[in-house]
Design a protein around this ligand. Structure first.
Ligand SMILES: Nc1nc2c(c(=O)[nH]1)N[C@H]1C(S)=C(S)[C@@H](COP(=O)(O)OP(=O)(O)OC[C@H]3O[C@@H](n4cnc5c(=O)[nH]c(N)nc54)[C@H](O)[C@@H]3O)O[C@H]1N2
Ligand SMILES: Nc1nc2c(c(=O)[nH]1)N[C@H]1C(S)=C(S)[C@@H](COP(=O)(O)OP(=O)(O)OC[C@H]3O[C@@H](n4cnc5c(=O)[nH]c(N)nc54)[C@H](O)[C@@H]3O)O[C@H]1N2
Ligand code: SF4
Ligand SMILES: [Mo]
Length: 866
């Protein structure tokens, strides 16, 4: 058995993974105890990586117009079409749309090809939807895109402020490090989010602000700190400039005004300001609730301003910490893979930089102006200004705002090339040419995590079918277009070139200098941070005068018309983006199996919505359908819809069908967290749910499906009753049954059907006029078993057997009811005791905040009752 040290391909924590082949082509995966990001731990997504290493659904050979072709033919076709388009319409008539999930080497050559050889800056990336505001904010304040913090800072801080970050679900291993530190040294935690997320469970202060009002809150903080003299005059004097302008911009933000703008209680605002004033070591960690906003860049700078004023930067346990989303969001920025960057932190606008990069590449061109940013790029595609588009490692038909217009643009485009690991995605369906890329475990290269740590992703599997590494595909096409400089042997050579470029024209002017990597054995690279242990430790920034800049920031409220709701979107604990990989893992559906939308009790009442109703969510241009989840965790005017579901798993669930393409003026990042939508109850005659072995196609009605170990679980609903329930059930069954039992009650309004084959349960279906009340977690486990049909027809376990209820812990399959019972049974039990007793939270630990919430809720009702 050989074990390979590699890095998790999901989030920006960048956990080290040990992958071992255990025979039969199977792989086992565990956390690398030596990796400094995770010290051996993995979250639910990392732990189930092995289950994604399956041939199912993979794109295994190149295709042109949906026909299998050879690599030579595919490469020739793409090269020829790009070359003729450039010849006929100029270099700006083509574009690449790439991804923070590419490796640094892939990204490097894609950028080199577009900027140096095609001669356009039309290369942008899904990082535009993710990190662009942080990048713009860093550049405005520090003169360069530098994240000044390390993970240990979260452990060394006395106060951690999470702004627009659901760290518990989106960066679970970092959250666990923070929780461990809190237990050890009592770190205070403030969470600022319009939703009371899992990250807010157990926080010292939760600020449930109005969507988009962060600038007001931090401008008010700046003003208060200044007025109270709680700042570091020596640091401000020696290392910054622009304070007076920033203070001027924040002068109107009295605590009262802040309370009004943010919808917070004045006492809560004051409590936050007092906490911030009282602690020296403060980390403000921020993520998409900050970046994905029409004032995203100002939000970033409003936060940084407060750290500059107090000199809380470049010190242990202190700093503004932008948490990156994708595994290589940071690496992509290092190689300049965005339309407004050059490479190696050099600037398009700087002629010296342009000249240096062009010489280094020995390239025929170097663009003098920025290219199109993601939203504008797709608009240009829709307007036929971009005629050839190559998409790599991202699924824009799902993930860009106003996805209807993205689909229309792709449909209209003359030539769409898609490199992906999967054959069928919302985006691959528009491809004229499909290029099979190697996935995680096959490909080889480097990624950089949120704390600037470069780690290796190493290959330990033979590629599936004819899949090739992304860098190789890009280089082959570059060569076929007649360009020199792409004849690399492998990623090591590309990485070495990237290292070399980081030194060009540097002389200490750019912190991104990779000289320490020079001459190192690529195979043996250890996870190492660039920029040293602590950027800005000397108070020197990368502006021309070495001073950091205060930026005056402007509060722009999110305005939503009367009667509409603010659509907030984001992530759930166990799914990754558009589900192309986590969608292969049954366990990862046990926590949330159906697209849903969170709404407050008051809003639900005013809309006549009841628990588990279906709602129609309508944006300016689109519509989606989701199950209603009534919860106190969202504000009355807000709804929250996960971004994950696609047409692979539900009939009409694209959250981005409803989002608006409005962008931040500085970063071009879309405001994905605050679109105006209408919500209405969907008129439904009947609701259904069930399980089925074998493939499942539900075409005619509302549906959602989730994979089980074998077969699927499904939900469905329709406006009209089917003519014949038995015939309808039969249409869902893909296996021939040997025994069918049914119960029909109440004048057709309620129907239950169970089918077996050779004594095994192969199908169950429940329908009724109201949302179906059966124990799903129990039902899902019965598929393929020899459970009695009468028991299944009852929809729940036998009397005396506990119905686990909805699954909270997906690692160990522990449901809510079991946890509740344990809490009732043991008055005053601690989180650890409940976890040990129920086995919840004993796998990856990501569900512990939810277990804690159950304990807290029950304790609260107990206290009320006592
Ligand atoms: N499980 C899981 N983890 C992931 C991913 C995944 O798909 N699944 N994706 C990865 C990627 S690429 C990214 S970018 C990260 C994202 O990580 P996060 O940014 O933590 O995740 P999100 O759920 O997008 O949004 C965070 C929070 O912002 C809040 N928010 C919305 N509007 C505002 C606002 O105006 N102000 C404030 N203060 N908060 C607001 C939302 O309510 C939400 O709780 O996660 C990474 N990790
Ligand atoms: N409404 C809303 N929309 C959002 C967000 C939000 O919070 N709300 N968040 C935004 C953010 S922060 C992000 S990062 C984006 C993410 O959105 P996307 O990037 O569109 O989502 P993924 O599902 O990660 O898409 C990755 C694609 O690359 C493929 N792939 C995986 N590995 C490889 C590889 O090695 N090579 C190649 N060539 N392909 C590969 C996968 O099969 C998949 O099709 O979504 C954005 N969209
Ligand atoms: S926290 Fe989870 S998803 Fe993120 S890198 Fe670690 S194991 Fe992977
Ligand atoms: Mo992201």
């Amino acid at each position: 058995m050989t074990t390979t040290k590699t890095t998790c391909p999901y989030c920006g924590v960048g956990c080290g993974v040990l992958a071992t082949k255990i025979g039969d082509g199977k792989v086992s995966v565990k956390g690398d105890p030596e990796h400094p990001a995770n010290f051996g731990k993995l979250c639910s997504k990392g732990l189930t990586l092995a289950e994604t290493l399956v041939p199912q659904g993979r794109l295994t050979y190149p295709m042109i117009a949906n026909e299998r072709v050879s690599w030579d033919a595919a490469i020739a076709r793409v090269a020829e079409k790009f070359a003729t388009t450039i010849r006929d319409h100029g270099p700006d008539s083509v574009a690449f749309y790439v991804s923070g999930q590419l490796l640094t080497e892939d990204y490097y050559v894609a950028n080199k090809l577009m900027k140096g050889f095609i001669g356009s800056a039309n290369i942008d990336t899904n990082s535009r939807l993710c990190m662009a505001s942080a990048v713009a904010g860093h550049k405005r304040a520090f003169g360069a895109d530098i994240v000044p913090c390390n993970y240990e800072d979260l452990e060394e801080a006395d106060l951690v402020v999470l702004v627009g970050s659901n760290l518990a679900w989106c960066h679970p291993i970092l959250f666990q490090r923070l929780q461990a530190a809190r237990e050890k040294r009592g770190t205070k935690l403030v969470v600022i989010d319009p939703r009371r997320t899992a990250s807010a469970e157990g926080a010292d202060l939760f600020l449930g602000i109005t969507s988009g009002s962060d600038v007001a809150l931090f401008n008010g903080l700046l003003r208060q700190l200044y007025l109270r003299g709680e700042f570091d005059p020596a640091f401000v004097f020696s290392h910054t400039s622009g304070l007076s302008e920033a203070l001027l911009a924040s002068r109107e933000w009295t605590t009262e005004g802040v309370a009004a703008a943010t919808g917070l209680k004045q006492t809560d605002v004051e409590a936050f300001y007092a906490l911030f004033a009282a602690h020296e070591k403060i980390v403000t960690a921020f993520s998409m609730g900050v970046n994905q906003s029409a004032s995203g860049t100002d939000k970033v700078n409003a936060i940084i301003n407060c750290h500059l004023l107090t000199g809380r930067i470049g010190k242990a346990g202190a700093g503004p910490f932008s948490i990156t989303g994708q595994p290589n969001a940071m690496g992509g920025r290092e190689v300049g893979g965005m339309a407004n960057m050059l490479a190696a932190h050099m600037d398009i606008a700087n002629p010296v930089h342009r000249d240096a990069v062009q010489k280094f590449w020995a390239s025929p061109h170097i663009p003098e102006k920025e290219g199109l940013k993601a939203v504008d790029m797709f608009q240009a595609v829709g307007e036929d200004k971009i005629k050839a588009l190559w998409i790599m490692g991202t699924n824009p038909a799902v993930s860009l705002p106003d996805s209807g217009s993205i689909a229309a643009a792709l449909k209209r485009c003359d030539f769409v090339v898609v490199s992906d690991v999967m054959a069928q995605t919302e985006t691959t369906q528009y491809a004229h040419v499909l290029l099979p890329a190697q996935g995680w475990g096959e490909k080889d290269g480097t990624v950089t995590n949120s704390e600037r740590r470069i780690s290796r992703q190493r290959s330990f599997l033979a590629p599936e079918g004819e899949a090739r590494p992304d860098w190789k595909i890009i280089c082959d096409i570059a060569e076929a277009m007649g360009f020199d400089g792409f004849g690399y042997e492998g990623p090591a050579e590309i990485f070495a070139e990237h290292v070399g470029l980081s030194e060009v024209q540097n002389n200490g002017t750019r912190l991104l200098n990779l000289e320490d990597w020079k001459g190192q054995d690529f195979e043996a690279l250890m996870p190492t941070q660039w920029g040293g242990r602590r950027p800005f430790v000397d108070g020197i920034f990368q502006t021309h005068d070495g001073r950091a800049r205060f930026v005056p920031t402007l509060f722009k409220p999110v305005t939503i018309d009367e009667g509409k709701y603010t659509l907030n979107t984001g992530r759930i604990r166990d799914q990754w983006h558009t589900m192309t990989r986590t969608g292969l893992v049954p366990k990862l559906f046990s926590h949330r199996a159906e697209p849903y939308i969170e709404i407050s009790p008051a809003a639900a009442t005013s809309l006549g919505l009841h628990p588990a109703d279906l709602a129609e969510i309508s944006g300016e241009h689109g519509k989606s359908i989701a199950r209603i989840l009534i919860t106190q965790t969202v504000r009355d005017g807000d709804v929250f819809q996960p971004m994950h579901w696609t047409s692979q798993f539900a009939s009409q669930a694209l959250a981005n069908g409803n989002t608006s393409p409005a962008v931040d003026p500085f970063s071009g990042q879309p405001a994905l967290k605050s679109s105006a939508v209408s919500i209405a109850k969907k008129a439904i005659a009947w609701h259904g749910c069930g399980i089925a072995l074998g493939p499942l196609e539900l075409l005619t009605c509302y549906w959602a499906k989730a994979p089980l170990l074998e077969g699927f679980a499904f939900e469905c609903a329709d406006e009209k009753f089917p003519a014949d329930w038995l015939a309808f059930s039969g249409s869902l069954m893909s296996l021939e049954a040997s025994e069918i039992s049914t119960v029909l009650t109440g004048d057709q309004a309620s129907f239950r059907c169970v089918a077996r084959k050779n004594g095994k349960l192969i199908f169950a279906f429940f329908a009724s006029a109201q949302p179906v009340e059966v124990s799903r977690a129990w039902l899902h486990q019965q598929l393929g078993s020899d459970v009695q049909s009468v028991q299944v027809l009852s929809g729940r376990p036998a009397a005396g057997v506990l119905d686990h209820g909805p699954i909270i812990c997906s690692c160990n399959g522990v449901g809510r009811n079991l946890i509740k019972r344990a809490v009732y049974d043991t008055h005053g039990a601690t989180l650890s005791a409940i976890c040990e007793k129920t086995n919840a939270g004993m796998g990856c630990g990501s569900c512990r905040p939810e277990v804690q919430r159950i304990i807290t809720e029950i304790s609260a009702t107990r206290i009320a009752a006592e």
